[in-house]
Design a protein around this ligand. Structure first.
Ligand code: GLU
Length: 488
């Protein structure tokens, strides 16, 4: 019988859910759901220095927001829990003991200072930094004395794996094909258990992936250099390794460089998208296309479609470009086609915090829904309705210096003034503009653009009559007056 597909997302709760990690989670999720396998969340919290309070909760909450669900996790233990590494210390220690007993690992008393000094010496000599076995050349008596002396000085040991320098560690990567390392190239015997009794990542991950019967390890390619170390642990413990797939990194489409926290123009944490009022399915869709595509022209896919279409053979071998323009486009597609109530719900907190939740709020959201890329944009878009006359850009100012502009504005202003309150409806506004055309002989862009710029301060926007109606007659007249003043 073929092995059951079991994959995992294994965040270290050292911060918020980053877009790169979200992509790892998402591809594991799609892989599991496509093949009817299990998707597991395991919390890798053994790095106590980098632990962030609340990191776990916020990771899971943001995954849930994206629409990702899972079969097993710290809160939903299956047969293989606990799913938090900090709760599995005895399990790791059991295997450490086994390796120590078999002579495949040993206690190391070298201090941080000694390691640093050795590293410095190696660098100065132009050697690649590596740990050199501290017992090298010692007789049994010397070794015993060395250990006794260090123990007496209160130095706690780490445990190192005895690396087979001539071993060959290779795997057929699901994304990148054949990859091979030799034992001599990984920096010497490495630490599998720290002084505090905690396992290192490369050790714990193997124990967990084995015991949790993980069939495929799909993760970012920053982990490629870890894989040979992990293969050594599988070998030492006599276990069969899972399949590995390393996804290419995400680069900024504009700079071609690895997406970094310094790219302040790019929102990198899922929380940021949530806060700005993006639709989760838009972000899910966008992330799914980072380094993967199902072929063909279409780029809009629901979660279920992505599950159905997912094919690991189409994971890209070249870096995935984070394309802001594509994100803007996708997000707008989702928002303009979403239920009005949902969009209003997203815009509501922004309007409320700006004191703009007036009786016109729904109409304003409806007016701008086709334009939105994220709900928070409702504020700048509606500024015009709540603030004084907006500043003009140079292009706008240049357009307004046209000879016929004052004529159009004066004529339209009188039309507005002549309308009764009952007459002032969206439907009645367009005929008034047409009347100005008839009266002045000015038409097309020269007719509409001055009115648009005068009332809204923008050259583009929703339908002009809608804008004027929502602005209200007094405000529209007031804006035109102010514009005429500026022009004279
Ligand atoms: N805790 C690791 C990380 O956050 C997981 C690596 C892995 O998937 O093996 O990068």
């Amino acid at each position: 019988m073929a092995q059951k597909i079991r994959v995992r997302y294994a965040p270290s709760p050292t911060g918020l859910l980053h877009i790169g990690n979200a992509r790892t989670a998402l591809f594991n999720y799609l892989y599991a759901r496509h093949y009817g396998g299990d998707f597991i969340i395991r919390i890798e919290d053994t790095d106590r220095k980098r632990h962030v309070e609340d990191g776990e909760r916020s990771q899971l909450e943001n995954l849930r927001w994206l629409g990702i669900d899972w079969d097993e996790s710290p809160a939903e233990p299956g047969a293989y829990g606990p799913y938090r590494q900090s709760e599995r210390l005895e399990i790791y220690q059991g295997y450490i003991k086994e390796l120590l007993a078999k002579g495949l690992a040993y206690e190391s008393y070298v201090t941080e200072e000694e390691l640093a000094a050795e590293r410095e010496r190696q660098e100065a000599a132009g050697e690649t930094p590596r740990y050199v076995n501290e017992y090298l050349g010692m007789s049994d008596e010397e070794k015993a004395a060395y250990i006794a002396e260090r123990k007496a000085a209160g130095i706690l040991p780490t445990v190192r794996l005895a690396v087979n320098e001539t071993g060959v560690y290779k795997w057929n990567d699901m994304v990148k094909g054949e990859i091979e390392f030799t034992g001599a190239n990984i920096g010497g015997d490495w630490v599998i258990q720290k002084k505090d009794g905690y396992p290192t990542y490369n050790f714990a991950v193997v124990v967990d992936d084995h015991l949790m019967e993980i069939s495929h390890v799909i993760r970012g390619d920053d982990h490629i250099a870890n894989t040979p170390k992990q293969l050594m642990v599988y070998e030492a413990l006599g276990w069969q390794a899972p399949n590995f797939g390393h996804m290419t990194l995400i680069i900024n489409a504009e700079t071609g460089k690895k997406l970094s926290k310094r790219d302040t123009n790019t929102l990198q944490f899922i929380e940021d998208y949530r806060k700005k009022g993006y639709l989760p399915e838009a972000i899910f869709n966008f992330i799914a296309l980072l380094g993967w595509n199902p072929g063909g022209e279409n780029e809009i896919f629901s979660r279920q479609e992505l599950i159905d279409l997912f094919d690991e053979k189409r994971l890209s071998k070249s870096p995935a470009a984070f394309d802001q323009k594509k994100l803007d486009w996708l997000s707008n597609e989702y928002l303009k086609n979403a239920d009005f109530d949902r969009v209003f719900g997203l815009c509501r907190p922004f309007l409320e915090s700006a004191g703009r939740l007036t009786d016109k709020a729904e109409k304003l959201v409806a007016l701008y829904q086709p334009q939105l890329k994220s709900a928070d944009e409702i504020l700048p878009l509606t500024d015009l309705f709540f603030t004084d006359f907006p500043e003009l850009t140079d292009t706008e100012r240049e357009f307004m210096s046209g000879e016929t502009v004052p004529t159009v504005l004066k004529a339209f202003k009188s039309k507005l003034e002549a309308m009764s309150d009952e007459d002032f409806t969206t439907e009645n506004i367009f005929p008034q503009i047409k009347a100005v055309q008839k009266e002045t002989g000015i038409k097309g862009k020269n007719l509409f653009m001055p009115i648009r710029i005068a009332v809204s301060g923008e050259m583009h926007g929703p339908e002009l009559p809608d804008t004027i109606f929502l602005l209200g007659r007094d405000k529209a007249i007031n804006h035109i007056e102010k514009m005429l003043e500026t022009l004279s």
